[in-house]
Design a protein around this ligand. Structure first.
Ligand SMILES: O=C(O)C(=O)C[C@]1(C(=O)O)C=C[C@@H](O)C=C1
Length: 303
């Protein structure tokens, strides 16, 4: 059974946090494989593209409407009371939970870090067009064969509900992954507060970024990710064996493998680091000089 990480005994154990990050790779890759079945459908990301929504008084895009409706329901089930869950819809626009929140041990320091607007922006502008390209090209070929022409025809397959449902799932998984940076950061801070404090007091994001960056971990992650995307994205024939074309080259893939790697390299890792640094910059807010002094004098933990 998947354990609820924030309820475990030692939630700041960096190995445990990293195993959750690794587990989320599967969720994200499988979500992207699902999304790759459908064309780009750019209309669903444009504000005001559906007059039906405008008539309902909703001014956002079709996807933002899906997010709001889904998150409204999840908020009632107390999803956003968990320290690892962040809605894309502003929290004030969501209902209160109908059951009392679970009692979480206070693990994170109070903070206002939420990078969901950046996630929504890079996902809709860079990831969806790339991940859906194969489906868009296949649709174009089939429509051309039927004599249907016109640019828009190729990227719009009309599966607005299916595409947006998957987009919501992928966005939630990416958001959880990126905001886990707060736990990573708290863990690193607790390990050696004295190393971080001068760069928080005299705010130096570059120095903090250097302290939290682990190149070997990033390198291993990107290698693993390419292998996972290649393995999970294989198309298997009815006999369960990989489909190998006659020319002996690799068979068809359900996903753009390099696209998945680049998603992590260009967006997910940098944003996780941004969360880590922004969280650290708020880490001493509200502490007294004595409390800061006490933290500074705490000996670094050895691993
Ligand atoms: O595992 C860590 O130490 C992290 O900070 C997470 C992460 C990542 O996003 O995967 C980010 C920065 C580090 O350079 C390595 C990996």
């Amino acid at each position: 059974m998947q354990e609820n990480y924030v309820l475990t005994d030692n939630p700041l154990d960096l190995n445990k946090i990293r195993s959750t990050l690794i587990r989320l790779e599967e969720t994200i890759i499988f979500g992207l494989i699902e999304r790759a079945q459908f064309s780009h459908n750019p209309r669903i990301y444009e504000r005001g593209a559906f007059e039906e929504l405008t008539k309902l008084g909703f001014t956002g895009s079709w996807l933002e409407w899906f997010l709001k409706e889904t998150e409204t329901f999840h908020a009632k089930a107390r999803r956003y009371t968990s320290p690892d869950e962040y809605p894309f819809t502003p929290i004030d626009a969501l209902p209160k939970p109908i059951i009392p929140p679970l009692q979480y041990k206070p693990i994170l320091y109070q903070n206002t870090v939420n990078v969901n607007p950046s996630i929504l922006s890079f996902y809709t502008r860079s990831i969806v067009p790339r991940i859906s390209r194969q489906a868009t090209l296949a649709l174009a070929a089939s429509r051309r064969a039927q004599g249907i022409t016109g640019d828009g025809e190729y990227e719009d397959d009309g599966n607005y509900g299916s595409a947006a449902t998957i987009d919501v799932e992928v966005l939630q998984a990416i958001s959880k992954r990126v905001h886990y940076g707060k736990f990573v950061s708290e863990s690193k801070f607790q390990e050696n507060p004295a190393a971080f404090i001068p760069h928080i007091q005299n705010p130096n994001p570059t120095a903090l970024d250097k302290l939290i960056t682990k190149p070997a971990v990033e390198k291993a992650l990107l290698e693993r990710l390419r292998k996972k995307a290649r393995t999970y994205g294989q198309d298997l024939g009815p006999d369960g064996e990989p489909i190998i074309p006659k020319d002996g080259e690799g068979g068809p893939m359900k996903i753009d493998v390099e696209g998945v790697r680049e998603l992590y390299e260009s967006y997910i890792i940098p944003l996780t680091k941004e969360v880590e640094v922004d969280y650290l910059l708020q880490r001493l807010n509200g502490l007294t000089p004595e409390e800061i002094e006490e933290l500074k004098n705490r000996p670094a933990k050895t691993k």
